[in-house]
Design a protein around this ligand. Structure first.
Ligand SMILES: *[C@@H]1O[C@H](CO)[C@@H](O)[C@H](O)[C@H]1NC(C)=O
Ligand SMILES: *[C@@H]1O[C@H](CO)[C@@H](O)[C@H](O)[C@H]1NC(C)=O
Ligand SMILES: *[C@@H]1O[C@H](CO)[C@@H](O)[C@H](O)[C@H]1NC(C)=O
Ligand SMILES: *[C@@H]1O[C@H](CO)[C@@H](O)[C@H](O)[C@H]1NC(C)=O
Ligand SMILES: *[C@@H]1O[C@H](CO)[C@@H](O)[C@H](O)[C@H]1NC(C)=O
Length: 392
């Protein structure tokens, strides 16, 4: 009866919260009026979480919130973006594609409004984003030439996979291209002979960046959130990737390998994960258990279990532990208004400088940062589904 302790944990957690955290935090953030109407990936990550809450609750409130935030970005008659900087090529601009795709499928009576925006974003990726000699999309042009960052796989991956699945599902070229992006970072950022099998933040195919490893091109460290984006990208892309394509098996294997590696790295004391995850920095002064990445790993594991990609007996205890810790440590009451805050999310992490330990730990943490709020809501939706399926 190996499942008994898990079920006990689940039952304990089911009664601990007054209301589901998924809607509680979503409603809180909406009520604080802190989400600007932009198409930036930070907001887009929150919209994706609202989409998940809308899926789960079917409440029209969440759908009308999404349209009120996203419609002002587009010309109502034809769906082209009201503003776009054509000199700015970065994968971060494409993350908005996922929530727009949700609106497209939810408003079949507006066939052109969102479709043009989706076609536009897809075209920006395929025809205008520069590539490395191996075919990898630059993270940002002109700022980061020949660099792929793990973050970018989440910014463009699930959107381009969903786009292909819905509009051009038999186009092998599209699927090959999606797979290639993952294969390149697997080849350059993951050290399979190393001790932990984790992935470094990014790599420079030209090896010119100050941080680039002379052999692999990889950056020096494993940053929790970059790898968290990547973990989410794998599980979300697998939702769309066709089983008839050989890439499906590879993506499944990479996801499973990363899940196993992340599981081994869970901090025994807290149940979360370190900001800088490389072995020699765990517990080092300045390093800390970071909330956005912890939420991303929890979401990925719970969704992986639901999709049959991960063994429940191995991963549910890990995710349950992390989830409980997050509700205790990172969720806080916001004054007396009944709302809650999300704490402990690091503001940014980039490969703009040296990408060393001092850089990563020197960035401040921000309250209610949507890059942490979104993944925690996504994890909560998965968690609440698990509880419901068990009748808890
Ligand atoms: C919402 O539901 C649709 C339809 O089942 C699904 O394709 C999409 O991935 C879901 N979105 C999220 C964020 O879970
Ligand atoms: C869409 O409509 C706006 C406003 O009427 C117009 O300025 C824009 O050029 C149109 N875009 C396209 C691609 O037709
Ligand atoms: C697949 O998609 C690409 C990019 O949109 C397009 O250029 C190509 O013609 C498509 N191939 C087929 C066989 O439809
Ligand atoms: C992989 O990690 C091992 C052990 O830490 C190290 O000795 C080796 O140099 C690394 N290989 C690459 C290609 O970075
Ligand atoms: C409630 O959250 C908002 C948005 O983050 C913040 O501005 C405000 O300071 C919070 N209030 C308290 C008492 O934490």
């Amino acid at each position: 009866m190996r499942l008994t302790p898990i079920l006990t944990t689940l039952a304990g957690l089911a009664t601990a919260a007054e209301k589901p955290y998924s809607t509680w935090l979503t409603d809180s953030i909406i009520s604080y009026n802190i989400v600007p109407k932009t198409r930036w990936y930070t907001e887009a990550t929150f919209y994706y979480a609202v989409e998940a809450v809308h899926n789960r609750t079917s409440s029209p409130t969440y759908l009308s919130y999404l349209t009120s935030q996203l419609d002002p970005l587009l010309h109502p008659g034809n769906g082209s973006f009201v503003s776009w900087d054509y000199a700015d090529h970065q994968l971060d601009n494409l993350r908005i594609g996922s929530p727009l795709l949700h609106l497209h499928t939810r408003f079949p009576s507006l066939p052109r409004r969102y479709r043009r925006a989706l076609d536009f974003l897809h075209d920006r990726l395929l025809r205008h984003q520069k590539r490395t000699p191996s075919g990898g999309f630059w993270h940002k042009d002109p700022k980061y030439p020949h660099q792929m960052w793990l973050d970018g796989l989440f910014m463009a991956g699930p959107f381009s996979a969903a786009y292909a699945a819905l509009f051009d599902p038999t186009n092998t070229t599209l699927w090959d291209n999606i797979l290639l992006q993952f294969r390149l970072v697997e080849d350059h950022c993951r050290n399979r002979t190393g001790a932990n099998n984790l992935l470094k933040h990014g790599y420079d195919e030209s090896r010119r960046a100050v941080w680039a490893d002379p052999v692999t091109g990889a950056s020096p460290l494993v940053w929790i959130r970059a790898q968290g984006w990547y973990f989410m990208a794998l599980v979300d892309v697998l939702e769309w990737f066709p089983p008839w394509h050989a890439g499906h098996g590879m993506l499944t294997r990479w996801f499973g390998e990363l899940a196993a590696a992340v599981r081994r790295e869970q901090d025994r004391e807290s149940g979360g994960w370190w900001l800088v995850m490389d072995e020699e920095y765990k517990g080092r002064e300045g390093n800390y258990i970071e909330s956005s990445g912890t939420a991303m790993y929890t979401y990925g594991m719970l969704k992986g279990i639901r999709k049959g990609l991960l063994a429940e007996g191995e991963y549910l205890p890990v995710a349950a532990r992390a989830y409980r810790m997050m509700t205790e440590r990172f969720v806080a009451r916001n004054g007396t208004g009944g709302g809650i805050n999300w704490e402990g999310t690091v503001r940014v992490g980039s490969l703009d400088g040296k990408g060393d330990y001092e850089y990563y730990i020197g960035i401040n943490k921000v309250e209610n940062d949507l890059k942490g709020v979104g993944p925690f809501i996504l994890a909560s939706v998965e968690w609440e589904r698990h509880l419901e399926e068990r009748g808890l």
